[in-house]
Design a protein around this ligand. Structure first.
Ligand code: SF4
Length: 461
């Protein structure tokens, strides 16, 4: 029976309040003089006097501007422009300590907003930032109004599908007169192109593991977790993907459920055959560090059809290149080998904002795995720079509750899915499967600049 996929959002406020982005500094003497003037002008009308000069309510607390409510300040600078003699707005140094050099404080603030509300962050008043830059910012999606399939909005009559298929797909369908013949392939679908990757050791607590698996179940996606952790926590269900190393090969015999997918932590033909023997109906995925084109093609020749390709938390492969280039390279290698449609690529690393999901898919991934945004949604704090998957460390807030964590992750996924629908709607695509490798709908800043400026003397020097 048809059921429209829907994520239930609910308010799940931050348990640790983030430092406000701005410090509001008010000279008390200057403010007192200003209020006196206003008191006379507005004949003692408290409502008017205590609401000015900020329409966001920063000066509207019980004692007005004498105790400004900094958490409400959006940095519009109206107050300091109008009354520079007694108001100053300064950046808050405590805020700049959030996250790390890649997961910037602005990104942390955005994730916390999305996780607490489930809504799309809207800044309003136009975008004042850069229109290009390093990493993901060097890729633009072609969002022409002309190709919009509908004016109903993203939840309108024309449904946009975010379902992806994971598994071994046959190169073509062979038909007899009435039936399919040959191997049908082993495929299952998830309703959203996002799954959850293994947290680092510092976050593999009972609560986080329970939160991630329960959220994966609620969202109908997958959570990858080490097989040893699953055994210890006695967790089971098709939404759980056991991660198996060569050393833990024997543990698969103790698994008491049939997973939809199992993930091999490294390439090993014996391990692959053992897993396939034990779970003949499950999909087997190979986890690989990027760049990995040569190993990827060798594994395809050996029969593997699902790959989880990973960069570090800052989106860089072991050779320092960014995931955009690495995903494209893997995708193109499979296209050149003429087997791209038989293979599923799940990409991870450096995907920390909603817009990175469609961009990774455009670069050739079928789906993406998330890591650090999930920890930020649970309000884990970064301990120093978190680059490597194994060596990174995070500190969790005390008293983390599973229900709260599940709602935060559900909210985050609802917000990201809505943003994915916005991008697809604006690109004129009605299903995410058709977005994979759709480079024709993307523009690369570097290529455009080269095209426009390469003949100008001095360009690139
Ligand atoms: S900068 Fe804008 S939001 Fe912040 S206190 Fe001043 S007027 Fe209010």
């Amino acid at each position: 029976m048809y059921r429209r996929y829907h994520l239930h959002i609910d308010s799940a406020p931050d348990v640790t309040l983030l430092p406000s982005p701005f410090l509001v500094r008010v000279s008390k003497a200057g403010l007192a003089g200003f209020l006196l003037k206003e008191f006379i002008q507005y004949r003692g009308n408290r409502t008017i006097i205590l609401n000015r000069p900020c329409m966001y309510g920063v000066f509207s607390g019980p004692v007005g501007g004498f105790a400004p409510r900094e958490h409400l300040c959006v940095g519009c600078l109206r107050c300091t422009t109008q009354y520079p003699e007694f108001v100053k707005i300064l950046p808050n140094p405590a805020r700049s300590r959030l996250g790390d050099s890649y997961f910037t404080p602005e990104r942390v603030g955005t994730i916390c907003y999305e996780a607490s509300s489930g809504k799309i962050p809207v800044k309003g008043a136009g975008y004042r930032g850069q229109f290009g830059g390093e990493g993901w910012d060097g890729l633009w999606t072609d969002m022409s109004e002309i190709v919009r399939p509908t004016r109903d909005g993203i939840h309108g009559r024309e449904f946009i599908s975010t379902v992806i298929d994971i598994g071994t797909k046959p190169p073509c369908l062979a038909l007899t007169e009435q039936h399919l013949s040959g191997e049908p392939g082993q495929v299952f679908s998830i309703p959203t192109p996002v799954l959850f990757d293994v947290p680092p050791a510092s976050l593999l607590t009972d609560t986080v593991v329970k939160t991630l698996t329960s959220a994966a179940q609620a969202i109908e996606t997958l959570a990858v977790l080490p097989i040893g952790v699953l055994r210890k926590a006695a967790l089971s269900g098709r939404h759980i993907v056991p991660l198996i190393t060569r050393a833990e090969a024997r543990a698969i015999e103790d698994l008491r459920f049939e997973p939809a997918m199992l993930e091999l932590a490294e390439w090993d033909q014996t391990l692959l055959e053992r897993v396939q023997r034990q779970f003949p109906r499950s999909v087997v995925c190979l986890r690989m560090e990027l760049p990995s084109t040569a190993t990827l093609l060798r594994a395809v020749d050996s029969g593997v059809r699902v790959f989880h390709l990973l960069a570090n938390y800052h989106g860089r492969g072991s050779d320092g290149r960014f995931v955009i280039d690495l995903f494209r390279e893997a995708h193109k290698a499979l296209v050149a080998k003429r087997c791209r449609d038989e293979v599923t690529i799940l990409g991870g690393g450096g995907i920390i904002a909603a817009e990175h999901v469609p961009k990774a898919i455009i670069c050739g991934c079928d789906g993406v795995s998330l890591d650090t945004p999930l920890f930020v949604a649970l309000q884990a704090q970064f301990v120093g720079e978190t680059v490597s998957r194994d060596a990174s460390s995070f500190k969790l807030p005390s008293g983390l509750a599973v229900d709260w964590g599940v709602q935060r992750i559900t909210n985050l996924m609802a917000s990201w899915r809505d943003q994915l629908l916005e991008v697809m709607g604006a690109m004129g695509l009605r299903e995410v499967r058709r977005m994979r490798g759709e480079i024709g709908r993307a523009m690369f800043q570097k290529e455009l600049e080269e095209e426009a400026f390469s003949e100008i003397a001095g360009y690139g020097s």
